[in-house]
Design a binder for this molecule. Structure first.
Ligand code: CA
Length: 284
């Protein structure tokens, strides 16, 4: 009886541990910045080793991707065509697998250490495209006339893709052609009905509250009073506004739910063991 109980408990624990090992890391975590694990897929270049393209997604708000028009290279016919259309600085990343995401946040020049406060260096127009194969790209966000904001957060609806790229056509408020971007974050979301249109804004279409102080919030509320938030012009069926960018830290997703089940199973196993011991003690 004792051995049987031990075996049962052992099998139960092994099964729960295996389940935890397999299931937990793969659960979607809404609000996670998936750029942190992305790899550079393609870029048109950078100015020097201290301001590389990969610094656009290194998690450091004071390191930047910088490139003048003279640094830009267009090795493929597609990149040449895009450059002729005005998209002179392009950077693409590979998430390694298809991911669901619903918003992104871009930190413009004036937010970072090397250009702090210099708003004339801020980009005013860009677009974001996504792809499943790295070859065929679909536009999901178009920002133009972004004159006021330094950190731009755009909700693009639920999207699914392995690749994402930013194409900058107006890299400076001053009209210059040098791109200076400190960080691009892309936020994971739960799988859902996919949005299909292009979100067109002149900056953020959601309020980014996570890092604001109470004073800044009050000031913004005053400024925004009576003002309608920027809305997408032609986003189509499937657009589901998400709260992903407001998530701070851990949000219970599939992984979290499985975690709870695993803990419950362990608790049940301990209970079974305790019960067996109690019965055994009663025999003496
Ligand atoms: Ca950076």
């Amino acid at each position: 009886m004792k051995n049987k109980a031990k075996k049962t408990l052992g099998a139960l624990l092994l099964a729960t541990l295996l389940l935890a090992a397999v299931a937990l890391p793969t659960g979607a975590k809404p609000g996670d910045n998936i750029m942190q694990r992305a790899k550079l897929y393609q870029s048109t270049g950078y100015i020097n080793d201290e301001e590389q393209d990969v610094f656009l997604f290194d998690g450091d708000y004071d390191t930047k991707w910088c490139a003048t028009i003279g640094d830009a290279r267009y090795p493929t016919s597609e990149l040449k065509r895009l450059a002729q259309e005005g998209f002179i600085h392009i950077l693409a990343v590979d998430f390694g697998e298809e991911k669901y995401f619903d918003s992104y946040r871009l930190y413009l020049a004036s937010t970072g250490a090397r250009d702090y406060g210099i708003t004339s260096y801020n980009a005013t127009a860009w677009k974001i495209q996504i792809s499943s194969d790295g070859a065929i790209w679909k536009e999901v966000s178009r920002v133009t006339d972004c004159w006021d904001e330094e950190i731009v957060t755009v909700n693009i609806g639920v999207r699914k893709a392995r690749y994402l790229r930013i194409l900058v056509d107006e890299p400076e408020q001053s009209g210059g052609k040098t791109v200076r971007l400190y960080e691009l974050e892309v936020f994971e979301c739960e799988p859902g009905e996919l949005a299909t249109g292009v979100v067109r804004t002149n900056g953020s279409n959601v309020k980014a509250e996570a890092k604001e102080t109470e004073a800044a919030k009050a000031q913004e509320a005053e400024l925004l009073e009576g003002e309608e938030p920027e809305e997408s012009e032609d986003i189509e069926l499937g657009y589901m506004p998400s709260e992903a960018i407001e998530y701070e830290g851990y949000e219970l997703g599939i992984g979290g739910a499985i975690g709870i089940v695993v803990l419950a199973a362990i608790a049940a196993a301990i209970s079974v063991l305790a019960s067996h011991r109690a019965k055994k003690e009663q025999l003496y």
